[in-house]
Structures are given as structure tokens and as C-alpha cells.
Design a binder for this molecule. Structure first.
Ligand code: GSH
Length: 233
């Protein structure tokens, strides 16, 4: 059976990594059977990141590349009834969320002093004190350098949140009153959208991103609809 390598769940959310949550949601949407292998150290991952999968002779890293491969391998496309225009829009939103909003979310957890003490305690709280001090410093330095390399980390806090808020508004506006992103039927992009909205709305953490999402009742209803459909457990 397909093995899904991902981080363990926290805060009552299927995964604090939107990439892991997206992939697991896709597996549930398509009914592909899988078993979860919990990972905390990504050094053995094919691309040094989670999620990744092993399925027989196939080992793949990166949520989008995995989904591309699984669609072919299991004949599991859920986008076949979309028009070319809708598919193009899905791709544009996926890029916006995974390649931009993700970094505002990372900033809100790892750099914002409102959340960092909670996140630090969650990820490193069980380590002995001396090790905790070293590891959290190394991890935070890595994230700072990733944020800087991406470019998001060069903006001011206000700019970082304003960029993320505009992305959230775009999702809310496009979703409007539809039950799913493209209408009455969930498609691949819904796995991605859900993973961000659910993560941004993490009850234990707060940020201007969360405030923005909470302003849009359609996003809250969408999160609840998708969660009860695919993550009722
Ligand atoms: N493009 C990748 C991104 C995956 C990714 O960034 N995963 C993060 C967690 S959200 C990770 O594993 N970080 C650990 C690290 O960089 O060491 C995907 O779509 O899977």
C-alpha cells in the first residue's frame, strides 16, 4: 500500500504543513488507499522535505509532483470535467497559495513574536533544555534564511501580512457562495485551498491572516464543509 510520509498532526488540524495536508486530502478525495508514516526528520526525504511517498518501486517528493504521478498511476484525476480555463485558474491559485501565501503563514508562525513562543514549545518543548536552545536557534535561523531567499522575509511585518491578506481575499472572492472552488463538485485545487484556510484558522494561533480569514464567512463554511467531508475522523 502507498506510504505517505508526513509530519504528525498537532492542534487538531490534520497537518500543520499545508503541503502534507493537501496531499492527504487529495488521497481521500480520490479514494487511493494509503498508510501514514510519521516523520519528524526530513533528511531521508528525497527532496529533504515533507510530504513524500513510497508506492512499490516509486518514491516521490513534492506534493504537486506526487499528485501528478498518482493521477496517472491510479487513473485518479478529479479535474477531468473542468474546462481548460478552470484548470488554468486552479494552477494560478495553487501557485499563489503554495509559493506566496505559504511564506506569510511561515512568517506568522516562526517570526511573529505573538505565535513563536507557542510554536517553539510545540516543536521543541520536549527536548532537554540545552538541546532545545541550540536546535530552536538553528531551525529559526534556517527559516529566516529561507524567508529571505524567497524574498518574503525582506518585507516589513505589515507588508508580509498585507500580501497574505490580499491572497486570502482573492480566494474568498473567487469562492463566493459556491460550495467548492469550481462549483458543486470538489476538484484538485480544493485540497490545496482547504489546507491553507484550515491552517490559517488554527484555533491556538493568531495573526492578521487569521483575522482576515475570519472576516469571510464563506471561508469558514468552506473549511467546515471540506473538513466534515474529508477529515471527519
Ligand atoms: N514544494 C514542496 C514543499 C514542501 C515543504 O516545504 N515542506 C516543508 C514543511 S511545510 C518541509 O518539509 N520543511 C522541512 C525542511 O525544509 O527541512 C511540496 O509541495 O511538497
Amino acid at each position: 500500500m502507498l506510504e505517505l510520509y508526513q509530519f504528525p498532526p498537532h492542534y487538531g488540524i490534520p497537518n500543520l504543513s499545508p503541503f502534507c495536508m493537501k496531499l492527504e486530502c487529495f488521497l481521500r478525495m480520490t479514494g487511493i488507499e494509503y498508510t501514514v508514516v510519521s516523520v519528524t526528520d526530513t533528511r531521508k526525504a528525497p527532496k529533504g522535505k515533507c510530504p513524500y511517498i513510497k508506492d512499490g518501486d516509486l518514491t516521490v517528493g513534492d506534493s504537486e509532483l506526487i499528485i501528478d504521478q498518482l493521477e496517472k498511476r491510479y487513473n485518479a484525476s478529479i479535474d477531468e470535467n473542468l474546462t481548460a480555463q478552470q484548470r488554468a485558474l486552479s494552477r494560478a491559485f495553487q501557485g499563489m497559495l503554495d509559493e506566496r501565501l505559504y511564506w506569510s503563514l511561515v512568517y506568522s508562525r516562526w517570526r511573529d513574536p505573538v505565535n513563536w513562543p507557542k510554536v517553539e514549545a510545540l516543536f521543541f518543548g520536549k527536548l532537554p533544555w540545552a538541546m532545545r536552545t541550540i536546535i530552536r536557534k538553528v531551525a529559526q535561523k534556517q527559516i529566516k534564511s529561507q524567508l529571505h531567499g524567497h524574498g518574503m522575509g525582506r518585507h516589513s511585518t505589515d507588508e508580509i501580512y498585507a500580501i497574505g491578506q490580499e491572497d486570502i481575499i482573492a480566494v474568498a472572492d473567487y469562492l463566493a457562495e459556491k460550495p467548492f472552488f469550481h462549483g458543486d463538485t470538489p476538484t484538485r485545487i480544493d485540497a490545496c485551498v482547504l489546507s491553507y484556510i484550515a491552517n490559517i484558522l488554527t484555533p491556538q494561533l493568531g495573526s492578521p491572516l487569521k483575522d482576515e480569514a475570519e472576516n469571510h464567512t464563506n471561508l469558514i463554511a468552506y473549511r467546515d464543509r471540506m473538513m466534515s467531508r474529508y477529515f471527519a475522523d
